[in-house]
Design a binder for this molecule. Sequence first.
Ligand SMILES: NC(=O)c1ccc[n+]([C@@H]2O[C@H](COP(=O)([O-])OP(=O)(O)OC[C@H]3O[C@@H](n4cnc5c(N)ncnc54)[C@H](O)[C@@H]3O)[C@@H](O)[C@H]2O)c1
Length: 330
Amino acid sequence: MSRPRVGVVGLNYWGPNLARNFDELAELAYVCDLSPELLERSAARYPDARATADYGELLADATLDAVVVATSVPTHYALAKQALLAGKHVFVEKPPATRAAEMDELVALAAERDLTLMPGHLLLYHPGVLKVKELVDAGELGDVLCVYGNRQNLGIIRSNENALWSLGVHDLSVILYLLGEEPSEVVAHGRDFLTPGVEDVVFCYLRFPSGKIAHMHLSWLDPHKMRKITVVGTEKMVCFDDMELERKVTIYEKAPWKRAESYGEWQTRSGDIHIPKIATDEPLKLECRHFLALVTGEGDRGKVADDGAMVVRALEKLQLSLDAAGAARP
Ligand SMILES: NC(=O)c1ccc[n+]([C@@H]2O[C@H](COP(=O)([O-])OP(=O)(O)OC[C@H]3O[C@@H](n4cnc5c(N)ncnc54)[C@H](O)[C@@H]3O)[C@@H](O)[C@H]2O)c1
């Protein structure tokens, strides 16, 4: 299978970006959406792909290797499950399921059939995030103490997923990736100011077995557009800022410091600020490439699925805390 045959389902806002990449990197065999207008638009752009509103057609095609699900969140689990049952590799936009038990079912199905189940955790393919991970793993920051994410903007106001599931999924995937452990306690507070039951502003706190802590400020009611993750270490601190063009990653030689002659009092140390060069490769292209590599048998299929399950588990716990007005969840 040198050039896998791929079908993209869901062609509104995000799906076209996936279709563009898979058209370039693989054989885009199908474009699928329930909306005739969106189908028409994609059919015009990809005349060699079959355009259909019937997802079943993709599943019934034995020559189709993989399905890419970019529909609205509540439909992900069912569409991914049908595709796995039909023997297709699946790339599914984040989050693949809204319950941990459903995600476990998808992971088990994929493992049983030796199929790929890859959640669309785009930031894990961002060269800036990879740089931060490299710094953390190399011990450049010393011991990591805490991580916090800011994901705020005015809009897009969604009514079928809240700020935790829509925005927090990104930061959470990065925080868990950087720290390499699952939270032992989570707390989430938020409010549904615009759509009843759909929180627009959410604050999350996570504590990890190692004692590290993390925080996420998630909101689409905010004057600032922020896409930032900060990691505080005992030796250095680093900030990944996706709004920056040329300084995606900034490393601060700033740290707490105890001078031998200071009788145990804490002082601070402030040195150089360093901006490493970060490759400008499109993260989505790298993500699509990784999926295709897994489909063709390169790399660890189980890892992406398990990492995705860890994110859904944490999201579910945070949602339970949110529902219980901020009660801590183990
Ligand atoms: N990775 C990222 O950075 C990123 C960014 C934006 C959106 N997303 C994700 O991408 C997904 C899609 O986002 P969106 O904003 O385009 O969603 P959307 O709700 O605007 O569009 C979803 C499309 O799916 C179609 N659809 C739904 N059920 C279908 C079915 N059974 N068969 C065929 N078509 C069906 C709808 O007609 C619609 O056109 C979401 O999961 C979202 O979270 C990811």
